[in-house]
Design a protein around this ligand. Structure first.
Ligand code: ZN
Length: 369
């Protein structure tokens, strides 16, 4: 008798005998609602998700008044048992505290209602508790409202960490329009900076054989193009402007879901922004810094950096060190240090980065200094 049955199929080890060994997973939000008054759908959406009855809303001291309490009422009306937890800054101890409170309350799902930092705290807390998360942004200062990544700060630095893709995103334009316009302009700048992120990704695919998705890249570029095309229409106190800005921000999130990483929306301009967070005494907003970074990185790529600058300027986002509120020295230091922030992320900055002289020249030629 043969020791091996001839009926047993033999699966060749991937990459040896089989010519095909590719596999990829994509995690998407199940429901994305954007527009006027969509917050009122929160209860229905959570019902559709079949969430268990106990959940927690994580919100901020101000956003609780703006939308947090309202979200709680809507959920209670849909027969959910809801605790409202107030989060402060996005730090590791705060995430731990919020996660412990949510756990003690028996929360089986988490709704983040707030600006970037509250969404980040609730996103990471939900990931720690291994429960689903719904994002209800009250401002749109960066593409993190729909991405699986979150930024946590400590005294010395900012770390971007992996969390969960939101199960649902409810972006109510009538709520977001009440946030300061500077935040929306910053979110637009974050999306515009996709253009250099995608160029860096292509470079890494060519030089390092990094896995590349043209679908994800096209989505990210489309999002940036949409913002640039509508730059003149993005204005303060206008709900239509929030509508024009928020949809590309959600598309950027989808691009990251398709790629399975932040690659299509985060390249050398993001490395510059992270380096500036460390170099500056008073760093500016994430999206604002990425926008200025994109002007300079586009110059290095030999592309149309003036077009990026014009779009940012038209929206009212910063294009210079002065407008960012940082010093020339801090810009130069950030440029010189940027390539060391995340060495596995290959970009136009290469392995050795810029010399001090090249950094000074780059910032001067592009009008940042
Ligand atoms: Zn960003």
């Amino acid at each position: 008798m043969a020791s091996e049955s001839p009926a047993t199929p033999r699966i060749p080890p991937v990459g040896l005998e089989s010519p095909f060994g590719k596999a990829r997973s994509m995690v998407f939000p199940r429901t994305v609602l954007a527009g006027h008054g969509v917050l009122s759908e929160l209860g229905n959406v959570c019902r559709q998700f079949d969430f268990p009855s106990r959940g927690a809303i994580v919100t901020g001291p101000k956003t609780v008044q703006l939308a947090g309490n309202q979200a709680a009422e809507i959920l209670r009306a849909a027969h959910f048992d809801i605790d409202v937890l107030i989060a402060k800054e996005a730090t590791e101890p705060e995430v731990e505290r919020v996660a412990a409170e949510a756990r003690a309350a028996g929360a089986r799902f988490v709704i983040g209602v707030g600006g970037g930092s509250k969404i980040d705290v609730s996103k990471v807390a939900a990931a720690r508790l291994k429960v689903p998360f719904v994002s209800v942004p009250t401002s749109a200062a960066h593409d993190g409202i729909s991405s699986p990544r979150a930024s946590l700060h400590d005294r010395a630095s900012v770390a971007s960490i992996e969390a969960v893709v939101p199960t649902g995103i409810i972006a109510d334009t009538s709520v977001i329009v009440q946030a300061p316009f500077r935040l929306l302009a910053s979110g637009c700048a974050d999306v515009i900076s996709n253009v250099t992120a995608v160029l860096d990704w292509r470079l890494a695919a060519r030089l390092r054989n990094e896995e590349y998705s043209s679908t994800a890249a096209t989505l990210a570029e489309y999002a940036a193009q949409e913002i640039a095309d509508h730059a003149a229409l993005i204005k303060p106190n206008l709900e239509e402007s929030v509508w024009l800005a928020i949809r590309p921000m959600l598309v950027a999130g989808i691009a990251m879901s398709v790629a399975g990483s932040s690659r299509p929306c985060s390249g050398s301009e993001h490395l510059f922004s992270h380096a500036l967070d460390r170099a500056a005494t008073k760093p500016s907003l994430h999206g604002e810094q990425c926008g200025v970074g994109a002007i300079m990185m586009m110059y290095l790529h030999g592309g149309d950096w003036r077009r990026i600058r014009t779009a940012l300027h038209t929206i009212g986002a910063p294009t210079t060190a002065r407008e960012l509120g940082v010093t020339s020295e801090e810009i130069v230091q950030a440029l010189v240090a940027a390539h060391r922030i995340r060495s596995e992320r290959y970009t136009i900055l290469g392995d050795n980065g810029l010399t001090r002289e090249a950094a000074e020249r780059l910032a001067t030629v592009t009008g940042v200094l």
